[in-house]
Structures are given as structure tokens and as C-alpha cells.
Design a protein around this ligand. Structure first.
Ligand code: TMP
Length: 208
């Protein structure tokens, strides 16, 4: 088996972290070997880059620097952790991956899509998720779940910025077959059941 790579995407406060854990729990109960991670982050180098990216004191960061730092973090994470775990046959679940770059740095920061795709393919060694779950939610609802005093550099961006991020994700989901879109305004249990059912259906169809 060559492993299975599942990523989760969505705006701030959409409930991704909770849902990645619930999906991991579901697979583990079924006896699967699961590796759970997040971006930006993972191995030591990538976590250090995460700190730079999210620190509010780095308000002077240029968009070009930002996109390269997300890519640098992803490259280390993919090469050091994700690819070896997939090779070992595990189910790798990741809270955010390169679609976040397309939505945040592309749709919201307006960095050219072709440039993003080039940087992404270099940073990921060409790896793409098998399935991506987009938890869609109104920006006002997502942001209301974050306390302003705890907001990091990205979370502190304007409402308009976050609306562009949401639109960016929905746009990608329209063109990429690997996407499963779920309604993030439902209860945690309902969302989890929907995700599990849709993933199982996908996996069954792929077996045929
Ligand atoms: P998190 O809050 O989901 O841990 O993600 C950290 C922040 O980084 C979040 O605001 C989204 C942002 N982000 C990007 O702007 N580009 C990316 O490529 C990734 C992975 C995250």
C-alpha cells in the first residue's frame, strides 16, 4: 500500500483541528495506522518557521517573503515527515496543506497563481493530497470563535481578506475533484459523520 494523504482546509475558526482529530480517531478505531500533522509546522525547522510566520511583531513581512516561508516550511515537512509516512503505508492527515497557500497568498494576497503553483510543486516534491476536506463557513461565524486578544498575524487580517480566502477555497474546490466540501455551521458530530461517510464513499469508488 502506498498510503493515503488527506488534507483539511478552511477559514479561521472553521473547526478543522477538531475534525482532523475525530477522523484520525475513526481510522485508528478501524485498526489503521494514522499520522496526524499540521501546516505550517510539523518537524522542528517547520515549527520554527511557523513562529516567524504567525508572530504579530512581524507585521512588516512582505507577501513574497510570506509565500516563500510557507513553502519552506512545507518542503521540510513533506520531505522529512509526510513522504516517509506515506511510503510506510500510513494514512497521513494534515491540518492545511498547499491549498491554503493558493487561498491565502493567492486569492487574498494576490500573488500570481502560476508563481504559486511553481513554488508549490517545488516545495512538495510534486505530492498532492488524495482527498481534501473543505469545511466551509461564513467568515463572521469563524472569526467570532477567535478571541481578538489571542489572534495571530494572519487571524488579525481584515474581514475582507478572510472573505477572499473563503472564496479562494470555494473556487479551488470547484475545479479539483479531490475536494469534499462540508457545511461547517452544523454540529461537530454531524460534520464528523458527513466527512467519514463521504471519505468512505470516495475510497470505495476508487477501489472499483
Ligand atoms: P492555523 O491557524 O490553521 O494553524 O494556520 C496558521 C495560519 O497560517 C492561518 O491563518 C492560515 C495561514 N496559512 C497561510 O496563509 N498559508 C499557508 O500555506 C498555510 C499552510 C497557512
Amino acid at each position: 500500500m502506498s498510503g493515503l494523504f488527506i488534507t483539511f482546509e478552511g477559514i479561521e475558526g472553521c473547526g478543522k483541528s477538531t475534525q482532523t482529530k475525530l477522523l484520525a480517531e475513526y481510522f485508528r478505531k478501524n485498526g489503521e495506522d494514522v499520522f496526524l500533522s499540521r501546516e505550517p509546522g510539523g518537524p522542528n525547522i517547520s515549527e520554527k518557521i511557523r513562529e516567524i510566520l504567525l508572530a504579530n511583531e512581524n507585521s512588516e513581512m512582505l507577501s513574497n517573503t510570506e509565500v516563500l516561508l510557507y513553502a519552506a516550511s512545507r518542503s521540510q515537512h513533506t520531505g522529512e515527515w509526510i513522504l516517509p509516512e506515506l511510503k510506510a503505508g500510513k494514512i497521513v492527515i494534515c491540518d492545511r496543506y498547499f491549498d491554503s497557500t493558493t487561498a491565502y497568498q493567492g486569492a487574498a494576497r494576490k500573488i500570481d497563481r502560476k508563481m504559486i503553483d511553481t513554488i508549490t510543486s517545488f516545495a512538495t516534491f510534486g505530492l498532492k493530497p488524495d482527498i481534501t476536506v473543505l469545511i466551509d463557513l461564513a467568515v463572521s461565524v469563524g472569526l467570532a470563535r477567535i478571541s481578538p486578544k489571542d489572534a495571530d498575524r494572519l487571524e488579525s487580517e481584515s474581514l475582507d481578506f478572510h472573505k477572499k480566502v473563503r472564496e479562494g477555497f470555494l473556487q479551488i474546490a470547484k475545479t479539483e475533484k479531490r475536494f469534499i466540501v462540508v457545511d461547517g455551521s452544523k454540529s461537530i458530530a454531524e460534520i464528523s459523520n458527513e466527512i467519514i461517510n463521504k471519505i468512505e464513499k470516495r475510497l470505495k469508488n476508487e477501489d472499483k
